[in-house]
Design a protein around this ligand. Structure first.
Ligand code: MTE
Ligand code: MO
Length: 389
C-alpha cells in the first residue's frame, strides 16, 4: 500500500506525517501532516477576497489576480505543531494525542506579507497583525461558533520571510493545507500559519483570542513570577526516523537516521548517546543546514553488546540553543522537545543493519523524492559541512 498520512482524528482531519517512511529532505505534500480545528471550508477563487483593515490608512479587499501581480519569494521551512509528541508525555495532557509525526518540511512560495501591509500603510499605533481563517466552528469550552484567529507581533509580521503563501512544494495549496491562501510564518510553531486566510486586521493592542489565551499558551518563570506566554518560535528538536522503536538490531555497525530542526535557527550539531545519556558522539549532518529547515543526520552505531539499549539524540542550534533532557512541566501539552528515549534491542544472532555511505543515502533520497513529486527537486543535496542555502 502506498504511504499515507497517519490519521489521529478523522473529522476534522488531524493526521501525521509517516516519519518512518521519510526518504527526502522535502516532505511530499500528500504525506505532510494536517492539523485542523474545524472543517475545511470550500472556497471559490472568483468570489474570494483578502480584506486588509483596522489600523491602516487604506482598507483594501484584494482579489486573487491583484495579489498575484505582487512579487513572490520561496523558502524552505519545517513546520511542527506545538502539540507534537503529546502522547509520549508521562503526565497525560488534553488535546490531540500526537505521536512524533506532526512535523514536516516543505517549500513555501508566496507574496511577502510586508508588501501587502505596506500597500495599506500602517497607523503609528499598530502593535500586532491579526489573521482570520475562513473556517468556523466550536470547541467544547467555547460553544459559540468562532473563526480560527491568531495574531503576530509587528516585527514578525513585517519580516520579509513571512509569506502569504499560495504554493506548497511548487503546487497550488491543497484544501487541507489552506487553499487558496495561508499565512506562512517560518520558524514558528504551525499554529501561527493561519490557513484559508480571508481577513487581516492591524490592531493597536495585543489580541487575546481563544487560540492564544485558552489554547496555545505556555507558562514561563520570570522575575515577576510565573507568566503566561503565547506559543511562538519553534524549539530545537530531533527525531529518530530509523530504526523504529522496539526494532531488534544486530551486533556491529547499525545505522541510525533522523532529522533535527531549530525554528528560526539552522541546526549546527546533532549528538547521539547509545548508553542512556552517559556518553555522546557527533552524528553526521547530511544535506543543507539552513535556517528554518530541518537537517537530516545519520550515526553509525557499533553495537558491541547484546541486550536493551537506550538511545538519545540531542540537537544544538546555530545560536547555541540545546535540546533539553526533560519536558518542562510549565509547557503543559505544548513545546514537547526534550530528547525522548528510544529503546532498541541488540541480539547476538542478528545481522547489523546494512549501511551505505552518506553520499549513497542522499542519492537514494533524491531519486525517491523526484519519483514521488511531479516536480523535480530544485535544491542541490550537497554533502558538506555546508554554509546552508
Ligand atoms: N484557519 C486555520 N489555520 C490553521 C489551523 C486551523 O485549524 N485553522 N491549524 C493550525 C495549526 S495548530 C497547525 S499545526 C498548522 C498545521 O498546518 P498543516 O495542516 O498545513 O500542516 O495550521 C495552523 N493553521
Ligand atoms: Mo498546531
Amino acid at each position: 500500500m502506498a504511504e499515507q498520512r497517519k490519521v489521529v482524528t478523522a473529522v476534522p482531519e488531524n493526521s501525521e506525517t509517516p516519519l518512518d517512511s521519510v526518504r527526502s529532505w522535502v516532505t511530499p505534500t500528500r504525506l505532510f501532516f494536517v492539523r485542523n480545528h474545524f472543517d475545511v471550508p470550500a472556497l471559490d477563487l472568483a468570489a474570494w477576497r483578502l480584506i486588509v483593515e483596522g489600523r491602516v490608512r487604506t482598507r483594501r479587499a484584494w482579489t486573487w489576480d491583484e495579489l498575484m501581480d505582487l512579487p513572490e519569494r520561496t523558502i524552505f521551512a519545517t513546520v511542527e505543531c506545538a502539540g507534537n509528541g503529546r502522547s509520549f508525555l508521562a503526565e497525560p495532557q488534553a488535546g490531540v494525542q500526537w505521536g512524533a509525526g506532526a512535523v514536516g518540511h516543505a517549500e513555501w512560495t508566496g507574496v511577502p506579507l510586508k508588501l501587502v501591509l505596506e500597500r495599506s500603510g500602517l497607523e503609528a499605533d499598530a502593535v500586532e497583525v491579526l489573521f482570520e481563517g475562513a473556517d468556523v466552528g466550536t470547541e467544547p469550552d467555547h460553544p459559540a461558533p468562532m473563526p480560527f484567529q491568531r495574531s503576530l507581533p509587528l516585527a514578525k509580521a513585517l519580516h520579509p520571510d513571512t509569506l502569504l503563501a499560495t504554493r506548497m512544494n511548487g503546487e497550488v495549496l491543497d484544501p487541507s493545507h489552506g487553499y487558496p491562501l495561508r499565512l506562512f510564518v517560518p520558524g514558528w510553531y504551525g499554529v501561527a500559519s493561519v490557513k484559508w486566510l480571508r481577513r487581516i486586521e492591524v490592531v493597536n493592542e495585543p489580541f487575546r483570542g481563544y487560540f492564544q489565551s485558552v489554547k496555545y499558551t505556555v507558562r514561563r518563570r520570570t522575575a515577576r513570577g510565573v507568566e503566561s506566554e503565547v506559543v511562538g518560535p519553534m524549539m530545537p528538536k530531533s527525531e529518530v526516523i530509523r530504526p523504529r522503536a522496539g526494532e531488534v538490531l544486530g551486533l556491529g555497525g547499525n545505522r541510525l537516521f533522523g532529522a533535527a530542526w531549530a525554528g528560526e535557527d539552522s541546526v549546527s550539531r546533532v549528538e547521539v548517546s547509545t548508553d542512556g545519556g552517559t556518553t555522546w558522539s557527533d552524528a553526521t549532518l547530511m544535506g543543507p543546514q539552513a535556517p528554518y529547515s530541518w537537517t537530516l543526520w545519520e550515526y553509525l552505531w557499533e553495537a558491541e553488546s547484546p541486550g536493551e539499549h537506550t538511545v538519545l539524540v540531542r540537537a544544538t542550534s546555530s545560536r547555541g540553543r540545546v535540546q533539553p533532557a526533560e519536558h518542562d512541566p510549565l509547557h503543559g501539552g505544548y513545546l514537547i522537545h526534550h530528547s525522548r528515549p528510544l529503546c532498541l534491542r541488540v541480539a547476538a544472532g542478528r545481522h547489523a543493519v546494512d549501511h551505505a555511505d552518506a553520499a549513497a543515502i542522499l542519492y537514494d533520497m533524491n531519486a525517491h523524492a523526484e519519483e514521488n513529486m511531479r516536480l523535480p527537486l530544485d535544491v542541490e543535496m550537497e554533502f558538506s559541512a555546508g554554509e546552508g542555502i
